[in-house]
Design a protein around this ligand. Structure first.
Ligand code: NIG
Ligand code: FE
Length: 422
């Protein structure tokens, strides 16, 4: 059954597919095509047409028409970096951080990722699935229509497979489009502390072959950081992943200038993510590569780190995306609306730049740009309607206000009845 949205105050992100063959960068990142006073037609699970009201098609029964006066319609957010699957939140560490401990100090004493791994290995797959499915539904109601989800809290063969199987079940059951990333190299588990070579071989020789045999992942990730994995280990683990058809997406330059950006680019990474700590060499390497820099402002915020130098990256010609990094340790929020607000407020991105980085460039960072991330004929009907707002800039400006009124994924409304337009 078709659905026709009429009188849309502004239809946002109507990029011409012929002109976006690659992620937007430099001045082009600020170019966000919009149609004022527009219509949008969804048919089945895709976008069937759109345009100004003067060109609206006739013949759609009134019962299938929605009056979107006063509302903006955007492509659903593309959250290209999350750790959605975990057993328990870590708010006790949150208190430790308030009292002065750093993320690295908590990790060094067995907290952090290792504590999440202990909890995850003790929980059954079904319980883990239920928790993740609930979080995913909540994220979708906030406008997220595509999500990359990582493993990395198992750090054992069984634990990593369990996480990836949970992601597979989410992929089958959720209307959110999902990409899956194997992050066995998230931390060296306690029992391998003095045998890191053995753990890397476990990844290469046991985890990867089983993941490939069950076709459980699209990407491979490594946390390239002092105290975690070195740039050399990162390149080696990425090479192993690539032998099994997994492209790299790397955690790079979060806590320090780690060499992760260059290691990722050298490995042909689709994206290098975090980038709180960037020097000139890392910026120029990124600018001269096809790799996307994925910025995670809520992680910087939560860990009281300097925000990613978005302006410097954009002005030097790097392609950037924005994502939540949703995880229990450094970014316990799956709210993409907050991400774009922080990008504008703290990183001086223009609203148009932030929205492009959170939609079409996020889609590129998951290699879903042909299906998602913009309003285009034949693309997946993943969109959201705002509440009545005066302008697009109001979305990041009125930070913290819940301005998403209705979310449509694969052509169907997923919002609660209370979100219905009267
Ligand atoms: O992206 N930095 C590494 N991984 C996550 C945090 C994981 C955790 O603390 O549980 C991140 O910030
Ligand atoms: Fe992360």
């Amino acid at each position: 059954m078709p659905t026709l949205f009429q009188h849309i105050k502004c239809l946002v992100g109507t990029h011409n597919p012929a002109t976006i063959k690659a992620p937007l960068r430099s001045a082009a990142l600020a170019s966000l095509p919009c149609i004022e006073n527009a219509w949008l037609l969804l048919e089945g699970n895709s976008i069937a047409g759109f345009g100004p009201m003067s060109s609206m098609p006739s013949g759609i029964p009134q019962s299938q028409c929605i009056n979107a006066a006063g509302r903006f319609i955007l492509p659903a957010w593309c959250d290209s970096h999350t750790h959605l699957v975990f057993a328990e939140p870590r708010e006790t560490e949150f208190i430790d951080k308030i009292r002065g401990l750093s993320y690295a100090e908590i990790a060094a004493r067995g907290g952090g990722i290792l504590s999440s791994a202990r909890k995850l290995n003790a929980l059954g797959e079904d319980a883990l699935y239920q928790l993740a499915a609930e979080r995913l539904s909540k994220a979708a109601l906030m406008g997220t229509g595509a999500m990359e989800i990582k493993s990395g809290y198992g750090l054992t063969v069984e634990g990593e497979l369990k996480m990836l199987r949970v992601i597979r079940r989410l992929q089958k059951n959720s209307p959110v489009s999902i990409k899956s990333t194997f992050l066995g190299a998230h931390a060296i588990p306690a029992e391998y502390r003095d045998q890191r070579e053995d753990y890397i071989r476990l990844i290469e020789e046991s985890m990867l072959p089983q993941i490939a045999a069950e076709n459980l992942a699209d990407y491979i990730d490594v946390f390239c950081e002092t105290g975690f994995f070195t740039p050399e280990e990162t390149v080696r683990i990425c090479a192993a992943g690539k032998r099994y058809g997994l492209k790299p997406k790397i955690h790079a330059n979060q806590l320090q200038v780690s060499g992760g950006v260059q290691a990722g680019i050298q490995s042909g990474a689709v994206s290098v993510d975090h980038l709180e700590s960037m020097d000139e060499a890392a910026i120029s390497a990124l600018a001269n590569s096809a790799t996307i820099g994925t910025l995670l402002p809520t992680a910087a915020f939560f860990l009281r780190m300097p925000f990613q130098p978005a302006r410097l990256l954009i002005d030097n010609g790097c392609a950037i995306a924005l994502a939540t990094d949703f995880n229990p340790g450094s970014s316990p929020s799956f709210n993409m609306n907050l991400v774009i607000a922080m990008a504008c407020i703290q990183m001086r991105m223009l609203p148009e730049e932030a929205i492009n980085a959170a939609t079409i460039n996020g889609a590129f960072a998951m290699e879903l740009q042909h299906e998602l991330g913009s309003i285009g004929i034949g693309k997946m009907a993943n969109i959201f309607l705002t509440k009545p707002i005066p302008s697009l800039a109001y979305l990041p400006y009125s930070f913290g206000e819940q301005l998403v009124e209705q979310v449509w994924l694969r052509g169907k409304c997923i919002s609660e009845p209370s979100g219905a337009i009267k």
